[in-house]
Design a protein around this ligand. Structure first.
Ligand SMILES: Nc1ncnc2c1ncn2[C@@H]1O[C@H](COP(=O)(O)OP(=O)(O)O)[C@@H](O)[C@H]1O
Ligand SMILES: [Mg+2]
Length: 376
């Protein structure tokens, strides 16, 4: 996956930006608050049609302006696409190859990325809701089916909760509506559970080895804390879940919401049998998240036949020299990488020599001309 060209108009602190990226390594250097993270965020927005986690669309438009436009030419598996996202007066427009796309699901996933920023470290100690959201985004990048499942599930969850709030009597056994609803609800709940399990299993094929390469320590694994217990027999698993929903009708009704299901799932990371959220040092947590992100590179490649782009936001100052060097090994691969930093000295000279280097200064970006410049 390669972004060849990125154009921004009134996005965050950029009035106008038009840059050609290197197919390999790109480094954006600049002081704090110049627009380095904003630039990476623009790629996230072009990929997902929204920013990461809790950012509102209107915050993306440059202060005092009305319309924000983002464009990129991307290439994956020998197919070129021109992507377009614009925001104005709370109207979002999406285009692929100049054709307007009405449905979010027909637009997303044309840019696949793995982003690593210092903020990600908190993922281990964040609330389950944040982790669910994070993994939803990652799984959605590689599975349109998962996006559809989530959408349908959330519609039914809302219906179910509304129903629970609206009814008075509690003889559900014969209630046609709730029985049909719970049947459909549990089918979707199981499908989501299986997709999540598959994703976590895939990560576990890589994460332990990568963590070992980064730290020399064995035994890192991701754990999926699924709300619906697994059973070899899917029919039985589903029926057990439906029974559980039934058993909890009274409680659910009392709370006015459904207290069981994948919307209550969680994930944790264990090192040598211990939960990092309880026992992990900062260094261990940082390396664990880095290992998680690096394993995503392999998983995306396995599933889509192409590497995602790797976005590293100001992380070099956080890592010791040893880990930086190990990380470089990954960057040297066929993966288009964008690094931001305040200090070029943080980055190995051999990397800098092979990179296209941009200087970011208050929303303006210029290419640093180097001697013997030979980036592509
Ligand atoms: N909607 C916006 N309009 C104008 N400026 C913005 C907007 N959102 C953020 N900024 C500015 O962008 C700058 C932060 O950019 P950022 O990319 O986070 O910097 P850094 O180079 O440190 O990563 C701040 O000066 C902030 O005021
Ligand atoms: Mg930043």
């Amino acid at each position: 996956m390669i972004i060849n060209n990125l154009k921004l108009r009134n996005f965050r602190n950029y009035s106008y930006l038009d840059i050609e990226l290197s197919k390999k390594l790109n480094i954006f250097i600049g002081n704090n608050a110049q627009g380095k993270s904003n630039l990476l965020e623009s790629i996230v927005v072009l990929a997902l049609t929204k920013s990461y986690l809790n950012v509102k669309d209107e915050n993306l438009i440059k202060d005092g302006e009305n319309v924000s436009i983002l464009e990129a030419n991307v290439n994956s598996l020998n197919t070129n696409k021109k992507l377009f996202v614009s925001f104005s007066n709370s109207v979002k427009k999406l285009k692929i190859n100049d054709v307007e796309i009405k449905k979010y699901i027909d637009y997303v996933s044309n840019i696949k990325f793995v982003l690593f920023s210092p903020m990600d470290i908190t993922l281990i100690k964040d609330s389950p809701a944040v982790r669910r959201k994070y993994f939803n985004i990652e799984i959605s990048q590689i599975s349109n089916n998962y996006i559809k499942l989530l959408q349908k599930y959330n519609v039914l969850l809302k219906k179910r909760n509304q129903f629970l709030k609206s009814i008075n009597d509690i003889s559900f056994d014969n209630d046609y509506f709730i029985n049909i609803l719970d049947d459909n609800f549990s089918t979707l709940a199981l499908d989501i559970t299986f997709e999540r399990k598959k994703f976590i299993d895939d990560i576990n094929n890589y994460i332990g080895k990568i963590y070992y390469e980064l730290t020399g320590d064995n035994g890192l694994m991701l754990v999926y804390n699924n709300s619906i217990p697994f059973d070899e027999d899917k029919e039985l698993m589903k029926n057990n879940f439906i029974d559980k929903l039934k058993d909890n009708y009274m409680r659910d009704k009392l709370y006015g919401m459904t207290l069981n299901g994948p919307h209550r799932d969680d994930y944790s990371i264990y090192l040598d049998g211990k939960d990092l959220s309880l026992y992990g040092s900062q260094g261990q947590n940082r390396s664990a998240i880095l290992a998680l992100k690096l394993s995503l590179l392999d998983i995306f490649k396995d599933i889509t036949n192409d590497y995602p782009i790797l976005l590293l936001d100001d992380i070099f100052s956080e890592l010791d020299l040893d880990k930086r060097n190990r990380l470089i090994k990954y960057i040297m691969n066929d993966i288009q990488t964008i690094i931001t930093t305040t200090d070029l000295d943080m980055i190995d000279e051999s990397l800098v020599n092979n990179a296209k280097v941009f200087i970011v200064d208050n929303g303006n970006v210029n290419v640093l001309e180097k001697e013997g410049n030979k980036h592509e």
